[in-house]
Ligand binder design. Structure first.
Ligand code: FES
Ligand SMILES: [Fe+2]
Length: 413
């Protein structure tokens, strides 16, 4: 993000705080509750957005060196993603060409050679079949024709993207769109270092899980003892980039930053930016850390989903921060604290713990209750307020992709 744009967003947030305003979609929309419960719709979504759409499965830092691998079992078929000895990213169907066993069921690791646990055929990280145990029993089997089945993949701007169909294609530039490409490239996500992953499996439709990232209207109520220490409630800038969007929330540290010279302002600490990447990714960027949230439907249960939440440090952003000195005067419970040299320190492990726990025990807990009421059939619709433009966008996006008309505007009778 260009520095001028960072300052614009921070100033817009400060102005909202001072004038008690926020982003405004200009209208209220009606979302039928069947969006979260309809089985036919869920099947259509699966085919269009998951089985038939390129998927961000991680960031570059999850495959830090040749031989690194990650697996993904959320797309209806096991995927093994690797970095080969030349550093190239690959994605394969995680299935041995002998009789289909999965080569590994570990979520991530390092291997220079994958040995099938069933009968020990071996494969290189670039997918080549290297060895057939008792090969004479297979006579003329052509090894070159029995490499792992490769899926279309691309690595760019720090994103690892795979298409679940062998004949699909991946174009990260097209997925992000020109304007967002520039902005995301500027954060240099390829330099992020993987720190850990959590999974939350809950009884809520995957879109309800996405909805929770689409507004901060609820921070002061639902998160009155947790996230409210990290961020202001209600104030938010909102920008669309084709099917993607960005919401920036004012961090508590902005209250300190605004008293400093503008040249010292740092967006990474003054704002919490949440990028939504179509169809199922939330990328939360705060304080020298990036959190990648991938939300997958349960193929068999409309009202169930799993969220994979991985987090990464951004050493390049931290270094930059280390040079700026700030007098920090926030309360002791705040995530931000001052060290003796009055430099801002950011507690990565404390913050991710707070975020994951809040999402699981506050956001998703609340959304599970909404799932029950939606399934109960008495509520015909939910309302998306003027202050919830990201929800308007997310839902109209997927409706458009499925050939459905946009959501209707609410008008009082
Ligand atoms: S299934 Fe892999 S070696 Fe037999
Ligand atoms: Fe929340």
């Amino acid at each position: 993000m260009k520095h001028a744009e960072q300052i614009n967003v921070l100033k817009a947030l400060i102005n909202q705080i001072d004038t008690k305003t926020t982003c405004d979609a200009g209208r209220v929309l009606i979302n039928p509750t069947s969006a979260y419960t309809d089985k036919d719709l869920a099947e259509q979504e699966w085919k269009t957005f998951f089985d038939g759409h390129a998927q961000v499965i991680g960031l570059t830092g999850e495959l830090p060196k040749p031989g690194s691998y990650i697996t993904n079992n959320d797309l209806g078929m096991p995927i093994l993603a690797t970095r080969d000895k030349n550093g190239k990213f690959h994605a394969f169907v995680n299935a041995c060409r002998h009789r289909g066993a999965q080569l590994t069921d570990e979520p991530r690791g390092e291997k220079n050679r994958f040995t099938c646990p069933f009968h020990a055929w071996t494969y290189a990280p670039d997918g080549r079949l290297m060895g057939i145990r008792h090969g004479e029993m297979f006579g003329d089997v052509d090894k070159a024709c029995h490499s792992l089945i490769e899926l279309p993949s691309q690595e760019k701007y720090g994103f690892l993207v795979v298409h679940p169909q062998v004949d699909g294609s991946v174009d990260i530039d097209a997925l992000l769109g020109e304007k967002l490409v520039d902005e995301l490239a500027s954060w240099e996500f390829d330099k992020c270092e993987f720190q850990g992953e959590s999974s939350i499996e809950k009884d809520l439709n995957w879109k309800l899980a996405n909805d929770t990232f689409g507004e901060n209207y609820h921070f002061s109520t639902l998160h009155s003892e947790t996230l409210i220490n990290l961020a202001h409630s209600d104030y938010a800038t909102y920008d669309e980039y084709g099917r993607n969007h960005r919401i920036c929330t004012a961090s508590r540290y902005l209250d300190v930053m605004r008293t400093q010279p503008e040249a010292d302002w740092n967006f990474a600490f003054g704002s919490i930016a949440a990028y939504y990447l179509f169809p199922n990714v939330q990328l939360v960027f705060l304080g020298g850390m990036v959190v990648l949230v991938r939300i997958y439907p349960d193929r068999n249960v409309v009202g169930r989903s799993i969220s994979r939440i991985s987090h990464f440090t951004m050493p390049h952003v931290k270094e930059q921060i280390g040079e700026a000195e700030h007098a920090v005067t926030v309360d002791a419970d705040n995530i931000y604290s001052a060290d003796t040299s009055a430099r801002m320190e950011f507690d990565v492990s404390g913050t991710i713990e707070l975020l994951v726990s809040t999402v699981e025990h506050e956001d998703y807990l609340m959304s599970e209750k909404a799932q029950v009421t939606a399934a109960g059939g008495k509520l015909e619709y939910f309302l998306f307020g003027r202050n919830e433009p990201a929800l308007h966008h997310f839902h109209n996006n997927y409706r458009e992709a499925l050939g459905q008309p946009p959501l209707k505007e609410y008008r009082a009778a």
